[in-house]
Design a binder for this molecule. Structure first.
Ligand code: SAM
Length: 476
């Protein structure tokens, strides 16, 4: 400290409150105070004359020339530590270990420091615990899944999800994971991937999952729900057929890229409900006919209502795809057995037709694997569109993807798509894209789980989430 500078005064300290208090004890109150982390600069200011610098002991060995030091006794400085981590990182074993180490460290040094710092990091542990419990109600998540998604589709998953929702021990285990990693599909997929029992009833599932929780949770942390459903091509086909040919397809959120082969599958459109166009009473003609790529191992069935544009020419010739590429945060490789096993684990147990379809589509893709770019769709889409061959119509499309993005990133993507050349086909849950939701001619039936299919933000149909139905709007 330098003498005679109390009139202006300056405090640079880890915690301002400590500095104010120390100055008061010394008999002055600074008019200006600066809180900063740079101890050398703080001493430099003191040397230059504006006032006193409060620095921790570890800063003193590099004492600035002309600055005298005085050890302070109390109050003890306190530094608040904050950990800034990605939301989905809470609960990762490595982060948990770090927090535990921080909490333990003061206790380890307590003997050496006379116990003065005991328990200083406890707020971190509290925060960690608090965040776990705060994020979501896991039981509620599983109850909603059982009711809204599994009911009518998978009695096995419905029963398991209902039991998980009621089971404190299972919910506590799940609460140790980041909120985004507690999803029922991820838990059930992970257990199946590891060879655990999902169809043998609740006690077998619960006991196995608890016993193998280290592997189950590691799989849930490592993997994502990346269900890749080639069946969605049946809902895209009428739009693709209506665009100027040939096409350059770019799928964002492509998973393994199985939707990039609409020209390699066979199709069977079936008249829905009463066999009539919606609300017209006019029988839908010519349905039930199978057409598409000769000898394809995949035939996609799709139940149709409304005036879906399926011109006769489509039965002669599918859209011509001259280039196909995709983007995914974690592209799956159709040639990698482990990746394909994961995709199979994500198919719900009773849906054996979807498993057959997946295996067939993997064979199709393996014959000519797609170009898949690892990255965020917002960061990578422009460059990929720019690579599309001249003379082909670029078509960017996506299904069951944008729900994973926060609203502002969806908006960013929509703004980019409005600028890019070519066309944009979206097939997402009805409320996911605001510009499409606003233009829907009628609301989707409550709880139906239907998607809204749109071309350049103009809604044209409701679609079954796995491509199993297509309800074309009369107004489209
Ligand atoms: C449910 S899968 C759908 C896959 C495929 N579109 C289909 O319809 O079968 C969602 C995919 O989107 C990917 N994804 C999610 N957010 C993404 C992002 N910001 N950028 C790129 N891919 C993303 C996931 O990794 C996952 O593979």
């Amino acid at each position: 400290m330098r003498d005679g500078c109390a009139a202006l005064g300056m405090v640079v300290s880890p915690r301002m409150v400590c500095g104010w208090s120390s100055c008061g004890t010394a008999g002055f109150h600074p008019a200006v105070a600066v809180d900063g982390p740079d101890h050398a600069a703080a001493q430099g200011f003191a040397a230059a004359g504006p006032g006193a610098a409060l620095v921790p002991e570890l800063g003193l060995p590099q004492r600035h020339p002309g600055v005298a030091g005085q050890r302070l006794s109390g109050p003890e400085p306190v530094r608040a530590l904050h950990a800034a981590v990605r939301e989905d990182a809470w609960g990762q074993p490595v982060l948990g270990a770090l927090v535990d180490a921080l909490v333990g460290a003061p206790r380890a040094t307590a003997g050496a420091s006379g116990g003065r710092r005991l328990g200083r990091f406890d707020h971190l542990r509290r925060r960690r615990k608090g965040m776990r419990g705060m994020r979501s109600d896991t039981g509620e998540l599983y109850r909603a899944f059982a009711e809204r998604e599994a009911r009518g589709n998978s009695p096995v998953y419905q029963a398991l999800a209902e039991r998980v929702a009621e089971d404190e021990q299972s919910c506590a285990l799940l609460d140790g994971l980041p909120a985004a990693k507690r999803q029922p599909n991820l838990l059930f997929g992970a257990v199946r991937h590891l060879g655990g029992p999902v169809t043998e009833g609740w006690p077998a599932f619960r006991d196995w999952a608890a016993e193998h929780w280290a592997e189950v949770s590691a799989t849930m942390l490592e993997r994502r729900t990346q269900t890749n459903e080639a069946g969605r091509c049946a809902t895209l086909l009428p739009l693709l057929a209506a665009l100027p040919q040939p096409l350059a397809l770019i799928e964002v959120g492509a998973s393994a890229g199985l939707c990039l082969y609409p020209d390699r599958y066979r199709y069977r459109y079936l008249a829905g409900e009463d066999g009539c166009e919606r609300g017209t009473g006019t029988p839908v003609a010519g349905f039930g006919v199978e057409f598409g790529a000769e000898a394809s191992p995949v035939t996609l069935d799709c139940t149709v209502s409304g005036p879906v544009p399926l011109p006769g020419s489509l039965r002669e010739r599918l859209p011509e795809v001259v280039w196909r590429a995709g983007i995914d945060l974690n592209p799956l490789d159709v040639r990698a057995e482990e990746d394909m096993r994961w995709l199979e684990s994500l198919v719900w147990p009773e849906q054996t037709h979807r498993l057959d379809r997946l295996r067939g589509a993997v064979l199709v893709a393996r014959a000519e694997p797609p170009l898949l770019v690892r990255g965020d769709l917002n960061a990578a889409v422009r460059e990929l569109v720019a690579q599309a061959p001249a003379g082909a119509t670029p078509v960017v499309f996506h299904s069951a993807v944008l729900a994973y993005l926060p609203p502002e990133e969806r908006e960013e993507f929509a703004a980019t798509m409005r600028e890019l050349p070519g066309h944009w086909i979206s097939n997402e849950a009805v409320s996911v894209l605001a510009s499409v939701a606003r233009r829907l001619p009628r609301p989707a039936p409550t709880g139906s789980g239907l998607f809204a299919l749109a071309l350049d933000e103009r809604p044209v149909a409701f679609t079954g989430p796995h491509g199993q139905s297509l309800d074309w709007f009369a107004e489209a």
